[in-house]
Design a binder for this molecule. Structure first.
Ligand code: NAI
Length: 254
């Protein structure tokens, strides 16, 4: 089978909580050696997953973490740049420091970690860099200028890096989740009418599960995806598919 991570080292930023936590658990279940990087591990990960404290916005912290991984394991096969923060607010009211924080974590962090693993992957002449973007990179929402612009930057960064690393057989891709209830957004705690309004924007009309993303990322990280690079993969449940997907639910009974 082409999907087998035995002997491979997978590094996941923001692996302590939310989607990242599900990713580290899934890659470990698929036999990879998994390293989770996070600023904090409120809920400790199982012992077979290596947890390293790392702030992706701090070059010294990023280099210390990647050095430790290479010293312990001698390789990095897959980097998943999952760490991210959601900064909301109308442009007129947004604190400049909040705008900066959005770009520090969501863009600068992706740059720093990618830059740190490039020499390791080049030496091996293989590797996968997979970056968390969002549907917000493409679809604008009121109050999401900082977040949306930062995720759009991730998409363009992904394309450029893919072209730079193609000669070494390293692929670089981004993915666009839709709406996964996590600590970042509290979707599942919203009043029911607000939840319905959000779900009405999805062709599949259910909250996304972290496992939906893990399924895609196992594929993108595998040999089966060796000819896919520089792209944004939609894993949003149909957020981009059509303008008013709820009409299908009003007019048909599955
Ligand atoms: P979350 O808030 O549940 O988890 C994010 C993790 O990143 C946390 O463990 C946090 O401690 C860590 N983190 C934050 N700043 C960090 C830093 N400076 N250094 C290291 N780690 C840091 O968020 P969630 O929902 O799991 O999101 C994960 C990624 O998926 C993010 O990039 C987010 O933008 C993206 N995404 C999430 C969606 C959703 O619906 N939850 C939708 C689209 C994209």
């Amino acid at each position: 089978m082409l999907i087998d991570f035995t002997g491979e080292v997978v590094v996941v930023s923001g692996g302590g909580a939310g989607i990242g936590r599900a990713l580290v658990e899934r890659f470990a279940a698929e036999n990879a050696t998994v390293v989770a990087l996070d600023v904090t591990f409120t809920d400790p990960l199982p012992d077979h997953i290596v947890s390293l404290t790392c702030d992706v916005t701090d070059p010294a912290s990023v280099h210390a973490a990647i050095d430790e991984v290479t010293e312990r394991f001698g390789r990095i096969d897959v980097l998943i740049n999952n760490a991210g923060i959601n900064v909301e607010g109308a442009v007129e009211d947004l604190e400049p420091s909040r705008w900066k924080a959005s770009f520090d974590v969501n863009v600068f962090g992706v740059f720093l970690l990618s830059q740190a693993v490039i020499p390791i992957m080049k030496k091996a002449r293989r590797g996968r860099i997979i970056n968390a973007a969002s549907f917000a990179a493409i679809i604008p929402s009121v109050g999401a200028a900082a977040y949306g612009a930062s995720k759009a930057a991730v998409v363009q960064f992904t394309r450029v890096l893919a072209s730079e690393l193609g000669p070494w057989g390293i692929t670089v891709n981004a993915y666009a989740p839709g709406m996964v209830p996590t600590g970042m957004n509290g979707f599942a705690e919203l009043p029911q009418p607000a939840q319905s309004r959000l779900l009405d924007t999805l062709s599949l009309r259910r909250w996304e599960r972290p496992e939906d993303i893990a399924d895609l990322l196992c594929f993108l990280a595998s040999d089966a995806a060796g000819y896919i690079t520089g792209t944004l993969v939609d894993v949003s449940g149909g957020k981009f598919a059509t303008q008013m997907p709820h009409r299908a639910y009003e007019t048909s009974t599955p």
